[in-house]
Design a protein around this ligand. Structure first.
Ligand code: FE2
Ligand code: FE2
Length: 157
């Protein structure tokens, strides 16, 4: 296989994999007990929310609009934007909770399920469309996403 340069989709998918790993860690924590576990869960959930917020924002500011400009069929993008909104609602609920109780676990678990579904659509449907759009320079978009991500990570830290 010919090697190709890493593009915008590779960067976004690396985020997807990183956050998937954090959801797995969270799931493992729900099986353990102890005084320190509750705080670990809250910290990890906050980290997940932070990662997802930044990720959604760089997609909404840079990736989705660029796709909208070149794709004929934008149904998938509209769906993706609705899914972002549902995820953000749940993220806001999680961020407002101060205790890692059963409801907290439930919200984090459901958020993980939403994100799994959403990532599948990006990976299997949106990324292939982006990569076949000749007018998109996904390699330079990669740098643009990385730069904006770094900026937002700093701002929101
Ligand atoms: Fe994404
Ligand atoms: Fe997305």
């Amino acid at each position: 296989m010919a090697t190709r340069e890493k593009d915008a989709c590779d960067l976004l998918d690396a985020d997807h994999r990183a956050v998937k790993k954090m959801f797995k860690e969270y799931e493992e924590l729900t099986n353990s007990r102890g005084r320190t576990v509750a705080q670990k869960k809250i910290d990890l959930a906050r980290q997940i929310c932070h990662e997802l917020t930044v990720h959604a924002q760089i997609e909404e500011e840079i990736f989705y609009p660029a796709l909208r400009a070149v794709l004929k069929d934008t149904d998938l993008l509209a769906e993706a934007e609705v899914e972002h909104q549902s995820a953000k609602d749940l993220i806001a609920q999680i961020e407002a909770m101060g205790e890692a109780d059963e409801m907290f676990d439930a919200k984090v678990t459901v958020l993980g399920e939403y994100i799994d579904h959403h990532v599948k659509e990006e990976r299997n449907e949106i990324f292939p469309k982006a990569r076949s759009a000749r007018k998109l320079d996904l390699v330079s978009m990669r740098d643009q996403l990385a730069e904006r991500k770094e900026e937002l990570m700093g701002e929101m830290a």
